[in-house]
Design a protein around this ligand. Sequence first.
Ligand code: ATP
Ligand code: MG
Length: 658
Amino acid sequence: NIFQVAQMLAKLNEHQREAAITIDGRYLVIAGAGSGKTSTLTTRIANMIANNVAPESIFCATFTNKAAREMKDRLEAIVGEDNMNKVWMGTFHSLCVRILRKHAHLLGYEQVDNRSNFIIYDSYDVLKLIERIYKSLSFDGKYKPGLAMHYIDDAKNNLWTPEYCSYNNAESRTEQDMSLVYSHYQRIMQESNAMDFGDLIMNVVTLLEEHPDAAAYWQNKFHYIMSDEYQDSNPSQFNLLRLLAAPHMNVFAVGDPDQSIYRFRGSDIGIIMNFERHFAPCTVIKLEDNYRSTNVVVKAGNGLISNNPAPYDKVLRANKDEGENVDIIQLQSEYTEAAFIATKIKQLVMSEKYEWKDISILYRAGYQSMALEQVFVHNFIPFKVFGGQSFFEREEIKDITSYLRVIYNRKDDAAMLRILNKPTRGIGKTSQTAIEEYATSNSVSVYRALKGIDTIDSIKKAAAGKIKSFLDTLDHFEEKLNSNMSISAFARYVIEQSGLQKLYRTRAEKDKNEEERLDNIQEFINLMAHYEENHPDKPLDEFMQEISLISDYKQDGEDEPNVVKMMTMHASKGLEFPVVFNIGWNEGLFPSWRSNTQEDVEEERRLAYVALTRAEEKIYITYTNQRARHDGKGVQSYDPSRFIMEIPEDITTKTELL
Ligand code: ATP
Ligand code: MG
């Protein structure tokens, strides 16, 4: 609707509009928090479509699924659902999955019905596999599994193959060992027809670099490459964009170097700083007006971030009123802190100025939500923890999805090992270890080991019998699936016939806390029903693809629930809330005790900048005199965070509540 697009453009300021009406060419919008970068990007897509750019030729990477969904919702209203369904918008991971479904067979992955049916390992699956490899290399006890996970992730973010790592790792014993783990890991992953999150991007880069036909296909398809939150790109993501953009060179990126906060995941601020060189000649557009926040909030953010070396010349002015001072409150412990916040939130809501959903609480470390959750439950404050344990990480849901994964693909070792003896069916720990060892040392899938169970000496007759009947059950499930059953009915059938339903019902009868798991199982079946409605064609395929990517689960069409939002500062990037509580601003917690170098502290300061600039109207900051030590060994006293002192004194109100 051209009229609506014109309206959207009219709402922008001059510089935003200058950026939003561009179509061909290369542009970098570099600007501070709340200056309308994401709004400009969204408007630009609407304008492109209104100017007859084919929606399927637009490739737009967002940082989270939530951000993609919000942008899609906004655009759907303007350009229509049909057009929006054609735009390739989503996280790097979800966009790469779509590319790889078509072409992963060129990289040696399996293909069924013209579709690569690789599976995606989440961090749980990855850790399990690393444990197995450690055992076979006698590294267990020597290294923690997390070390290899981080090493492998880091390698993939930098596009380093196992071969590259093994040539370049002469430096230390540990690095040599890790690169050995990496090469075993990569071989087993390929044999299991599986990819981890790092593979998704690295494999697309490999595809584009080494398979000219596939590269030509995608490069001809995508004429317009766009990216939000460009400051948090890592080298593999950058190369992906660079390769896709190569023939047309139409690139539009928006970002703020002061909000680069994912260095621990390989983000490299140098990538945004070098945009002009990478995509020369290009136009850089700066936005200087903040539309999100009061003047106090903007001053707090600007004041704080001025303690970092400035990556570029930056001006950020507020467009709203002065607003209320930043309230900084000193408390005794994390419990009085939580109690204070509960009381304050109730006051805010009682005053009728705010609703629950206007309020968010941001913290440095995930575990900090626990003290709050307890107090909130007692005070009847409705809340939701975002980005905590996701629905799909819960035990009962992982169990069900593992069954579905195995029925879908027997070679899915991680899922197979999870359900082999769950519910218990007489395949004990010793048998399981023997099977795993057999699979690893013969480099075959666990499924192959199970198939040839009679040839594994150490397995007892009784266990072998159970295994055979377990494999029969799986075959039976597969037949059911192929018998035209709806996928929700199928899921229900599997949950019942596998014994999972009974397992969780029994646990719920014994322990009230376990009842929630039954609700979750029901919720899962509902979700499947919802899926088949929306994906009448190959619903299970689509579903399997998506469950490995969903991080925050929300039902479609559901309105924003009226609850207080709790999340880590990292998860809050790009979002905005009328009231923000920043809690636990103590040295050692924030900046984290892990920040040793100047660079580490600067990264933490950028995180503080993100946290402060989420607020539209009001910031509270709390810190405590003492709290539990991070290693759990008792209580210790803590100093206030240096970041508190970096907020201009004249816009703060300090209170002691001891
Ligand atoms: P961040 O750096 O946090 O990602 P951003 O630069 O992407 O922020 P947006 O989220 O796009 O900023 O915009 C911040 C707020 O300002 C939003 O509520 C948006 O609707 C509003 N806004 C953006 N541009 C304008 C404008 N020209 N006039 C009025 N409001 C605007
Ligand atoms: Mg944004």
